[in-house]
Ligand binder design. Sequence first.
Ligand code: NG1
Ligand code: ZN
Length: 543
Amino acid sequence: ADQLSLLLDSAALFPLPNGLSFSYGTSGFRSDGSVLGSTVHRAGIVAALRSLKTGSTVGLVITASHNPVCDNGVKIADPDGSMMDQSWEPFANALANAPDPNSLAQLVLQFAKDEEITLGAGQSAEVLLARDTRPTGETLLEAAKQGISSIIGAVAIDLGILTTPELHWMVRCWNNGTKATESDYFAQLSNSFRNLMELAPNENLNLDTVEKKLIVDGANGVGGSKLEEIKKNIIGLEIDVRNTGKEGEGLLNEGCGADFVQKEKFAPCGFSLSDLGIRCASLDGDADRLVFFCLIPNSNNKIELVDGDKILSLFAIFIQEQLSLLEELPARLGVVQTAYANGAATDYLRNLGLEVIFTPTGVKYLHEKALEYDIGLYFEANGHGTILFSKEFLSQLDSVNRELSSKLPGSKKQKAALRLVAVTQLINQAVGDALSGLLLVEAILHNKGWSFQKWCDLYQDLPSRQLKVKVADRTAILTADAETRVVKPAALQELIDTETAKYTHGRCFVRPSGTEDVVRIYAEAATQDSADSLANSVAQHVN
Ligand code: NG1
Ligand code: ZN
């Protein structure tokens, strides 16, 4: 068949649902899983074109992350494992909303022409596919496959059920020509974890047995069972996985998972006071977010939370420490946050002498900024983040490491270099990864001989409150300065300023969500009561 009729036939099988429109938000298309057939089919077409354009393998993952089990979503990964270049989003949007097969086909042909992609001329395209554990995932994956095969020469490779970060990692490795299977991923994590654990300075090995234990809430999603695989090859850490999504363990993301734990500040289901004193961690449904917590005695399941900001701080301290031992390895270190970062975290990081910058919410913005440094660390408060190392830095580290292992083997300096090497191998440089992040946290605590409490006490979070409000049209709100200020409607910012001025350490901002049809309100102040009341009063003005 020729390209046009292939597109027409394929599109006819996946009609756009009446009255719905879709938009490629900060993490792809998201909606109720039952209405996403056409969207995912069309995302398959976009992915195939993206592969043709870049001449490399790309990825497509079907997930709605921390959202309820009935939701689903789809996003595309570029050849380096990062989110699809933003310049392609308008096309993805147009295609997702094309009313009929004919207009869809015309959009594809025109876009291919504009982008100088030759269709049907013997080029090949390759898309790696994965999905999370949602019940609508299987059908949607089929739709993606059909979309991909409606572009001549495009091939879909179904990798089954994976965490989102696994898929991104595999795309990256595939294109780098390095080992890219799931068992390679598991092996890389457990090997680099072991290396980093073994590099702990002897004087810090004073942890008692309780500290070797970690309980992990898998959000009843895809991460729990993967962690159970990884833990088989791990020593020095006892991991107990709960909410793995197996029969009888509960629903995906319901009353559990990193989003619940971070926003509600309560222990997830399956945890109780018998876990008192034990370090706990929580993943989200597709395992790209991670937070830690500990139960508070006599508090009705309230927790002490370690959020993304504090994970970021731990990573930053550790890297800074190793670099300070290696004056022959100069590196520009940058930290990227969003407006949701706790004010106390930002102060803490700046007091360490670090360069801290802000971007709008959404991993793709943070990731892009972090790429500008030799070592770029980024985290959202909700626990999504990672560390990026520039190519130049990696090759300098490699030569410093070689030099030291021949001239000063066993020295403090050599160990510092080896620790950095282990970090570069353990952390997922494609995207935030709860499993790799979790192991890095554990290895760093072990290296530093730190208890959970010591980590908590790095700084005291300012009390905060997040609310969401449904409005008629959330796009009526426009923001600036990394979303910290409302520019339209102008009167709203004035109201926010007036309210905020009433509170000590008050800070408040409002922005339209990029993933849900709501406006989000964030407030911070010296006490929980004042944070709550600031958020509530601003919410009233948003309505
Ligand atoms: P929106 O819905 O745009 O606030 C949420 C998170 C983001 C990011 C995306 C993608 C908050 C306040 N926002 O975005 O940080 O993780 O989902 O999943 O947590
Ligand atoms: Zn997620």
